[in-house]
Design a protein around this ligand. Structure first.
Ligand SMILES: [Zn+2]
Length: 162
């Protein structure tokens, strides 16, 4: 049996299952995967923004202890990125981005004072164990036995756009 290995970015052991919540009105005080109560966890998220910006963003996620899931709110992440890139490089706003994992807290703090090369950063990054695609919710209401619940369409990004 051959196992295909997922390409890994960070060199540290993977942590957390990650998903992105695209609904601004959903706070997920209960986990959408296992229904347990969620708490909060502040972690430096490692985000790659096209074409070449690696960013560490300290951000408070929803966290479910039960199934080890981190949930980040897409509109909040995009708001923070937009604010950051207005200063840094406004042309980048609206580019594709990928949230890859978390950065070691200690390194993140050091990096604030003395920015490191991204090759050096790799040794300080935990990839996520799994990345769910964006969360999708079904619309409420009653459905007959042959009907599939309709998926609630999340709103478009309002800030992180070209
Ligand atoms: Zn859970």
């Amino acid at each position: 049996m051959s196992k295909t290995k997922k390409p890994k970015f960070g060199e540290l052991s993977p942590l957390y299952k990650f998903s992105l919540n695209p609904y601004p009105d959903q706070r997920f005080s209960r986990c959408p995967f296992c229904e347990h109560k969620t708490g909060q966890r502040k972690v430096p998220l490692f985000i790659h923004i096209d074409p070449k910006y690696p960013i560490a963003l300290n951000y408070t996620c929803r966290y479910c202890k039960q199934c080890d899931s981190l949930i980040a709110h897409k509109h909040e992440i995009e708001h923070l990125l937009t604010t950051m890139f207005k200063q840094l490089d406004p042309g980048v706003i609206g580019n594709e981005y990928l949230i890859i994992g978390t950065v070691e807290k200690k390194t993140w703090r050091e990096n604030m004072q003395h920015p490191k090369e991204s090759t050096e950063m790799r040794s300080q990054i935990h990839d996520f164990k799994t990345v769910h695609a964006e969360i999708r919710m079904t619309q409420g209401g009653w459905y007959g036995p042959d009907q599939k619940p309709k998926v609630r369409k999340p709103p478009q990004s309002s800030e992180w756009i070209k």
